[in-house]
Design a binder for this molecule. Structure first.
Ligand SMILES: NC(=O)C1=CN([C@@H]2O[C@H](COP(=O)(O)OP(=O)(O)OC[C@H]3O[C@@H](n4cnc5c(N)ncnc54)[C@H](O)[C@@H]3O)[C@@H](O)[C@H]2O)C=CC1
Ligand SMILES: N[C@@H](CC=O)C(=O)O
Ligand code: NA
Length: 458
């Protein structure tokens, strides 16, 4: 059904006493996917139906749930999903033409993209938690929403329950964001926290994360930083009004973080976290966006250092507001469903009022800086020969690359001698060239740890 003609959402009727009242028809919602998040969306829609009706101004009616195996979904936490609502034909469901809202919680690129595009073309607004799709091809989805005159909301896609996209899209729309730095992956934060608190190695901590159900059987997307990079792309796009895709984000995972990196961080009063950092830098033609995901040492006094276990937090620095911290559960069925339902209420209100919320804001169209031009600091642990002149030669190598040293300390003696250097800020290009040059020196036996340092100014 074409949606050029707005469907009639309310009637003015006269009661027996002659007073008129507005009768609003239910808003029709279809759910795509009924796994960890989708099943919780169904539960909340059911359990909170009266409150949602009051908040929206009309009931939200679940008219279809697309699943792969209907027999698995009849009973959701005690709520019996009517059998006639379940379908394996998601494409037919989104194309039926009478939907107001579609919630997509299947995940991945296809068929999620085709289903969202079809839902919009057929007149429904869309709520999705799909960070992978938004980070790869958000612009196609935004363009389709714009063309259809419908909403596309996605609060759940970054840091689960934590309200962070709405603050960036709305609350901070009058400010100028300089930097967004966050812990946006719960699995890797759990692993790094375990390594820090109990001294375990990476493999052992990953095993525990899998036993507790935080990490998937195939933990690649979390451990290698793909999940965080998708979230960084979404954060950078909103913060800097520029299209940033996952492929624009520099990415390093945590598989190489060793127990000795974690111990070394502890020595200097720091902790290792997998950070997603989106910031304004200096490009050739003016301000540019830099977006990166990698493990980094941050001082234990930094607000992000106290984020433990599988929690997430996002630290925003903006010109007028200053520093803001958003903290909470970044994953899990119910927390993520909370963010989905928040979007459902907003989008439903917009449908009733026949208005749209904010669409894509990419007017700034800033360049994206390559990682080499991003400014950061390095912590480098160098196993060296314990003899006169070595410290001076190490300092000389840093100086030759224009990198200034902030601190240097010697650990051990003789065969165990190690110099631990923390640099001042320099381009990543200069810092990595310094490390490469150190590796060629005859007095350097090994470089046992190289890690970026964040959270301090100098
Ligand atoms: N689980 C979490 O903590 C979070 C998940 N998300 C996102 O939410 C989305 C859903 O995640 P989960 O619920 O955890 O995944 P899940 O794997 O538990 O659920 C996805 C469901 O979609 C179903 N499905 C797959 N293809 C389908 C198709 N063609 N038609 C109908 N159903 C189909 C699967 O059978 C499965 O039940 C993903 O985009 C994910 O990235 C976002 C934040 C946190
Ligand atoms: N796998 C993610 C959950 C969803 O975003 C994580 O571990 O944080
Ligand atoms: Na969120």
């Amino acid at each position: 059904m074409a949606h050029d003609e707005p469907r009639k959402r309310s009637d003015r009727r006269s009661d027996d006493d002659g007073r008129t009242r507005t009768v609003t028809r239910p808003l029709r919602l279809a759910l795509l996917g009924c796994g960890s998040v989708g099943s919780q969306v169904v539960r909340l829609l059911h359990e909170q139906a009266d409150d949602l009706t009051a908040r929206v101004g009309a009931p939200i009616e679940l008219v279809g749930v697309a699943v792969r195996r209907p027999e698995l979904h009849r009973d959701l936490g005690g709520y019996q999903v009517p059998a006639e609502l379940l379908t394996t034909d998601a494409a037919a469901l989104v194309a039926r033409g009478d939907l107001d809202l579609v919630v997509e919680v299947i995940g991945g690129i296809e068929p999620a993209r085709a289903l969202i595009l079809s839902a919009l073309e057929n007149g429904a607004s869309v709520v999705t938690a799909n960070k992978a799709l938004l980070a790869e091809d958000g612009s196609t989805l935004f363009a389709a929403a714009e063309k259809a005159g419908r909403d596309l909301y996605f609060e759940a896609s970054v840091a689960g329950a934590i309200p962070i996209l709405r603050p960036l899209r709305e609350s901070l729309a009058g400010d100028r964001v300089r930097r967004v730095m966050g812990i946006v992956n719960g699995t890797t934060n759990f692993i790094l926290d375990k390594m820090d608190s109990s001294g375990t190695g990476f493999a052992e901590a990953l095993e525990e994360a899998q036993e507790l159900g935080y990490a998937e059987a195939d933990p690649t997307a979390d451990v290698e930083g793909y999940d965080a990079a998708a979230k960084a792309a979404i954060l950078a796009s909103l913060a800097f009004h520029t299209r940033v895709t996952a492929s624009d984000v520099y990415r390093e995972g945590i598989a190489e973080v060793s127990a000795s990196d974690v111990a070394s961080a502890r020595e200097m009063g720091a902790v290792v976290k997998l950070l997603a950092i989106c910031e304004l830098g200096e490009g050739r033609d003016g301000p540019a966006v830099a977006a990166r995901v990698h493990p980094a040492m941050i001082p234990r006094t930094h607000p992000l250092a106290s984020v433990r276990e599988a929690y997430n937090a996002v630290f925003v620095e903006s010109e007028a507001a200053g520093q803001l911290m958003f903290y909470g559960p970044g994953a899990g069925g119910a927390p993520t469903a909370s963010a989905v339902l928040g979007d459902v209420v907003t989008v439903a209100r917009n449908r009733l009022a026949d208005v749209r919320g904010a669409g894509e804001s990419a007017y700034a169209a800033l360049d994206v800086l390559p990682m080499g031009q991003t400014v950061t600091r390095y912590h480098v642990a160098i196993d060296v020969d314990d003899r006169t002149g070595v410290l001076a030669a190490v300092a000389q190598t840093f100086a030759e690359h224009g990198v200034s040293i902030r601190t240097v300390r010697q650990e051990g003696h003789g065969d165990d001698a190690q110099l631990v250097v923390v640099s001042h800020r320099a381009t990543d290009e200069a810092l990595s060239a310094t490390v490469a040059a150190l590796r060629t020196k005859d007095f350097v036996r090994d470089i046992s740890s190289v890690m970026r340092v964040e959270g301090e100014e100098s």
